[in-house]
Design a protein around this ligand. Structure first.
Ligand code: B4P
Length: 190
C-alpha cells in the first residue's frame, strides 16, 4: 500500500492538496477533521465531545481519535493506499498509527510536511471563515490552534525525520506548484 501522511499547521493546505493526491494516486482519504465534523453534524456522543474541544481550538483527546481511526483503517486494508489528512497530530497518535499499520503488514510510505508562515495561515483561515461557517475559523481560535500546533503537533516532524520518511515542502505559492512538489516526493517512494 502507498500510505501518505499530509502534515502541517492549520491552514497549510492539507485538505486542499489531499484532493489532488487522491485524484492522481487513487488513494482512500482519512481526514480526522472531516470525520469529527461528520460526528458533530450527526449529533453523536463522540461529536458532542469533539465539539467541546474543536470550538476552543484544542486537540480532541488521543484515545478518541485513535479509536476512530482504528475502525477506518480496518475497512481500507487491501486498497491501493491511504492519505492521512490531519492525523497524526501528536507523537502518541504517530506511534499508534505505526502499530495499527504494522498489524496489517504495512507502514507510512512518506510524510509530507507543508511549511507556511504564521501570517499567511491566519489570513487563509480568516478568509475561509467568511464562507465556511466553521466555528473554529475565527481569530481567537485560529491563534489558539496555531499555538497548539507549535507545542503538541510539531514534535511529530522529528518522529518521521528519525524514520527518514519526512519531506518538507514549501506550502506557499500556487496550488498547482505545491502539488507538483508533493507529487515528486510521492513518486520518489512509489
Ligand atoms: P482540520 O479539519 O484538520 O483543520 P485544519 O488543521 O484547520 O486544516 P484544514 O485541512 O481544514 O485546512 P487546510 O490546511 O486544507 O481539524 C480541525 C480541528 O479538529 C482541529 O483543530 C482539532 O481540534 C480537531 N482534530 C482534527 N484532527 C485531529 C487529531 N488527529 N487529533 C486531535 N484533534 C484533531 O487549509 C485550508 C485553507 O487554506 C483553505 O481555505 C484553502 O482554500 C486555503 N489554501 C490552501 N492552499 C492554499 C494556497 N496555496 N494558497 C492560498 N490559499 C490556500
Amino acid at each position: 500500500m502507498l500510505n501518505v501522511v499530509i502534515f502541517g499547521p492549520p491552514g497549510s493546505g492539507k485538505g486542499t492538496q489531499s484532493e489532488n493526491i487522491i485524484e492522481k494516486y487513487n488513494l482512500a482519504h482519512i481526514s480526522t477533521g472531516d470525520l469529527l465534523r461528520a460526528e458533530i453534524s450527526g449529533h453523536t456522543q463522540l461529536g458532542t465531545i469533539a465539539k467541546s474541544f474543536i470550538d476552543k481550538g484544542e486537540l480532541v483527546p488521543d484515545e478518541t481519535i485513535i479509536g476512530m481511526i482504528d475502525n477506518k483503517i480496518e475497512s481500507l486494508v487491501g486498497t491501493k493506499g491511504v492519505i492521512f489528512d490531519g492525523f497524526p497530530r501528536t507523537v502518541e497518535q504517530a506511534e499508534a498509527l505505526n502499530e495499527l499499520l504494522s498489524e496489517y503488514k504495512t507502514k507510512v510510505s512518506v510524510m509530507i510536511n507543508l511549511e507556511v508562515p504564521k501570517d499567511e495561515l491566519v489570513e487563509r483561515l480568516l478568509k475561509r471563515g467568511e464562507i465556511s461557517g466553521r466555528s473554529d475559523d475565527n481569530l481567537e481560535t485560529i491563534e489558539k490552534r496555531i499555538n497548539v500546533y507549535e507545542s503538541q503537533t510539531k514534535p511529530v516532524i522529528d518522529y518521521y525525520k528519525k524514520k527518514r520518511i519526512m519531506k518538507s515542502i514549501k506550502g506557499v505559492g500556487s496550488i498547482d506548484e505545491i502539488f507538483s512538489a508533493i507529487a515528486e516526493a510521492i513518486d520518489a517512494v512509489k
